[in-house]
Design a protein around this ligand. Structure first.
Ligand code: FAD
Length: 448
């Protein structure tokens, strides 16, 4: 068989974590002809029974779509499964709504997709490659990264398994064990931050005739200043609803009457959609989960180990970019494999040296977007700025790409998106100043 890596000897690569990013990375590497062994802590997600109306969904945008296209899965995810969301639907406290399009110029959408479904499709696709082996119920315990050594424990039999690989890819999420081993390396920078807000998932079920209870092609938001609720549509016509709020507020709602009082005050239109009984059940059966940001660098250890996805840059979920950024890691890595003819000693340092500023930028963008979603969207100043941005974008699409569009609908490096915004802010500030001065001069001139 002609190997896609130009006939070179295939590498033995261990991918730790069979979540979204690890299972996608396994596909990218398998397509290049390498021997990939995937190790996943949990059991095979395809064997886990799905509970109707309890699907967790994610917003897929251009960076994620590009990666899925590379591995031949864009159509099945986007066209066959994804539910397009072309605008934010804002719910006011009085229950009235209005929409804010994401991209008024070209009407692009983000897509709501089921997390488990996407993960299952990626794993299923890996079965089409003979050079991918999947090991579920394998928890990584210990590593010797410079030697490419890993020790797992099988969670079912408690047996220990040791492996040696040419390359270890840590895609084991925000609390990565591979990253923990990197902490011991000299010059490894690491910071993590929990925000004071947590999230709790609720659900709006389908209507009795199995249709959506709200218009489906929107990301619905109930912005309430210091907290907010959002809802994304699911294939089965239910909605995954997520309440983001400071932990102290979650703790203060400790009885059914307080919960109903709170919802009647802040989300009155959502109560009949969720149903009082279901709201009480879901709220008190769940507990709010924390949200963490992780920044670190470098992402590699010699030519033996690399971390990607949430393991290298966990972000809070407010820009809908965590998975998209992780998928983009895989695309960039693949481009570097091509550029350096699969030579790990060149690929890994270049990935670390070039990716960190975009990873740091997306972490900061995600933090900023929480304030935009829960508070700024309701302010006239936000809507005015968006109208100005959209108008200039309409006339000068190559010159003036608004921040949200550059992050969500382009593959512009995240750090350039931030720089772009800063440059646009300066232009608008100077224009406003000049306009003010001109108005003042004209005013003085006509008063004389
Ligand atoms: P994970 O999905 O965490 O997968 C890591 C895998 O590694 C898991 O399967 C885990 O079992 C396995 N693992 C962990 N430790 C070990 C070990 N020791 N040994 C073996 N295996 C191990 N992103 C978006 O792009 N759009 C969104 O709309 C969006 N919404 C979100 C909403 C919420 C509420 C949250 C919390 C996140 C959201 N994200 C979103 C972010 C997205 O979920 C993550 O960025 C994405 O899941 C990261 O994928 P990953 O594969 O790197 O990590």
């Amino acid at each position: 068989m002609l190997l896609e890596n130009g006939g070179k000897k295939p590498l033995n690569i261990a991918v730790v974590g069979g979540g979204l990013v690890g299972s996608l990375e396994a596909l990218y590497l398998a397509r290049r002809g390498h021997n990939v062994t995937l190790f996943e802590y949990r059991e095979d997600i395809r064997k886990t029974p799905q509970i109707r109306g309890r699907s967790i969904n994610l917003a897929l945008s251009v960076r994620g779509r590009r990666a899925l296209k590379d591995v031949g899965l864009e159509d099945i995810m986007v066209k066959e499964h994804g539910i397009p969301m072309s605008a934010r639907m804002i719910h006011r406290p009085d229950g009235s709504t209005y929409s804010i399009p994401y991209d008024a110029r070209t009407n692009q959408s983000i897509y709501s997709i089921g997390r488990n479904y996407l993960n299952s499709i990626l794993l299923k696709e890996s079965e089409n490659y003979k050079n991918v082996t999947r090991n579920f119920n394998h928890k990584l315990l210990e590593t010797n990264l410079p030697n490419g050594e890993l020790t797992f424990i099988k969670t079912d039999t408690k047996e220990k398994v040791s492996v040696k690989a040419d390359l270890i890819i840590g895609a084991d999420g925000a609390f990565s064990t591979v990253r923990r081993a990197m902490l011991k390396q000299p010059l490894f920078d690491f910071s993590q931050q929990y925000i004071e807000h947590g999230y709790l998932e609720l659900c709006i079920p389908p209507s009795e005739d199995d249709t959506f209870q709200m218009p489906p092609n929107y990301l619905h938001i109930w912005p309430r200043g210091n907290f907010m609720m959002i809802a994304l549509p699911n294939q089965d016509c239910s909605w995954t609803v997520t309440l983001f709020m400071p932990f102290v507020n979650f703790r203060s709602i400790d009885s059914e009457s307080k919960l109903l009082e709170f919802f009647d005050k802040y989300f009155p239109d959502a109560v009949p959609l969720i149903g009082e009984k279901k709201l009480i059940e879901d709220y008190f059966n769940g507990s709010p989960s924390p949200l963490i940001t992780v920044k670190c660098r470098p992402y590699h250890v010699s030519d033996k180990a690399l971390i990607i996805g949430d393991a290298s840059h966990a972000v809070v979920p407010f820009y809908g970019q965590g998975m998209n950024a992780g998928f983009e890691d895989c695309t960039i890595l693949d481009q570097l494999f091509t550029k350096h003819s699969d030579n790990l000693a060149d690929i890994l340092p270049e990935f670390s040296n070039t990716r960190w500023k975009d990873a740091f930028a997306v972490c900061d963008l995600a933090m900023y977007n929480y304030i935009e979603m829960r508070d700024l969207v309701t302010r006239p100043s936000y809507r005015l700025r968006k109208a100005v941005d959209d108008m200039i974008f309409w006339f000068l699409p190559d010159l003036w790409v608004p921040l949200y569009n550059s992050v969500t609908f382009s593959t512009m490096p995240y750090s350039d998106c931030v720089n772009n915004r800063q440059w646009q802010n300066k232009v608008l500030a100077v224009s406003l100043l000049l306009f003010g001065i001109l108005t003042f001069i004209l005013f003085c001139f006509y008063r004389r």
